[in-house]
Design a protein around this ligand. Structure first.
Ligand code: T5A
Length: 220
């Protein structure tokens, strides 16, 4: 089923660490639900029991010797399970799906961050997803230092400990951020860049404007 023929819309959220994806996801969920949109909220890596188990491996600092290819293959293994067991069935039933990260994260983190060949990523993308792509991707963009400060403040306030990715150096996240912005520039119809360095209120206003525009297109 192609993007044009399936009844549900697939929206993804992307950004570097601490960009506010989870916070904004809750806003999007509330906003769409208030408009009567049947909705499923999920995340990557994860989203199904098996994919969440793979997420556990990917984020665990214990596996500090994980090779880059192992990491890449695990991301796509988790994605195949998630896509075929949860995302596609929901979309085909007319439920919209909002997902915290998807394959753009693989191009940004494994591609730009780890230096994996983007052509290899593209081959795996086709193998796992065929021509399935998000209908809309919001990129929560902010300076890396601002996101890191938010993550550190959250940990200091008793939030989750930093994971295997969050302990990477600033240069890694600068590369990730750059990759996201390049992807958005290359395909402006699918991506919307949100200035996530602003206040929560401003981020929500920007998000609402993007959703209103998308709804106009999708619902006529
Ligand atoms: N990954 C994932 C890959 O490498 N490849 C892939 O293909 C995929 C799918 C897990 C990791 O996996 C990697 C990337 C990730 O490192 P994740 O669970 O999404 O992915 O982990 P994180 O991005 O690390 O999620 P975080 O929870 O750290 O960041 P969020 O969700 O962007 O941030 P959020 O909403 O929790 O906010 C962080 C803090 O900032 C505050 C919040 O209250 C919170 O305390 N905040 C704001 N403060 C001020 N102003 C604002 N506008 C704020 N917005 C939020």
């Amino acid at each position: 089923m192609t993007n044009a023929t399936r009844p549900g819309q697939f929206i993804t959220l992307e950004g570097t660490e601490g960009a506010g994806k989870s916070t904004n996801l809750a806003f999007i969920e509330q906003w769409l639900s208030q408009r009567g949109v049947p909705l499923l909220v999920t995340r990557e890596p994860g989203g199904t029991e098996l994919s969440e188990a793979i997420r556990g491996l990917l984020l665990d600092k214990h596996y500090s010797d994980m090779t880059d290819l192992t990491e890449l293959l695990l991301m796509f293994a988790a994605r195949h399970q998630h896509l075929h067991r949860k995302i596609l069935p929901a979309l085909e039933a007319g439920t919209w799906v909002v997902c915290d990260r998807f394959t753009d994260a693989t191009y940004a983190y494994q591609g730009a961050g780890r230096g994996m060949n983007p052509e290899v990523i593209a081959q795996l993308e086709t193998l796992v997803q065929d021509d399935f792509r998000p209908d809309l991707t919001l990129i929560m963009d902010l300076p890396v230092a601002t996101g890191q400060a938010r993550v550190n403040a959250r940990s200091a306030a008793g939030g989750p400990e930093v994971d295997r990715f969050e302990q990477e150096r600033t240069a890694f996240f600068e590369a990730v951020r750059g990759a996201y912005l390049l992807r958005a520039e290359a395909e402006p119809d699918r991506y919307a860049v949100i200035d996530a360095s602003r206040s929560l209120e401003s981020v929500q206003t920007q998000t609402q404007a993007v959703l209103e525009k998308a709804l106009e297109v999708w619902q006529g």
